[in-house]
Design a protein around this ligand. Sequence first.
Ligand code: 6GU
Length: 243
Amino acid sequence: MRLDIFSLFPEAFDWLQTQRPVQNALREGNELRLFNYRDSAPPPSRKVDDSPYGGGAGMVLRVDIIDKALQDAYGEGKRPRIVLLTPTGRLLDDELADELVAEPHVAMLCGRYEGFDERIHEHLADDEVSIGRYVLAGGELPAMVVADVLMRKLPGALGNASSAAEDSYGQVLEGMPEYPHYTRPPVHRGWKVPEVLLSGDHEKIREWRLERSRERARAYAEATGEAHPKPAGGAQNSASRTE
Ligand code: 6GU
């Protein structure tokens, strides 16, 4: 896939591009491009924002500048799916990530200041995405979150040994959280690794892991009053502790 990110701070994404899953995804032929709105703002001021009509605090990103930035990037050609990053957008979850990663070309627009001129929402964006119900100073961190989620879902991003489908919330676990992991030492300060994991019995280990995932899904549902992505296991199949 091709992922474009529009921002006033493209250098904020330097770190993201050093990350192994991102580098793997790029090596597999995927693309990540960064654009600076300021490059599309008229010199000498290169101003991208202005004060809101009707008064009020803060500055608003201008519709003409954002429109020009998209025009400069895509011309009259086919537009990507354009995603506005805003605190009031559709909440990012694994399902939305799967939907976006299925697109051949996605562009994310990062906001700053009080936000985007409403006409950007209305006329230029296809979707609005938020990473949680709180307000951040800008869309750069959310864009990095979305880019990370999407990139690691691309074939080859995690190397040969694993895939994002096996992650928490992924297809293999039917939307459930992942089971707990342990490594050496087998005992630390009396804290033991569950016996079954040391047994070498792969069928038993698989069952144990599935049961731990179900347990976590139920605990999540109880704590939040919200069914975990997929109500897994069912209440009748209550956990029996085997460790
Ligand atoms: Cl996408 N943007 C901003 N500014 N704040 C947020 C957000 C996005 N998602 C959660 N908070």
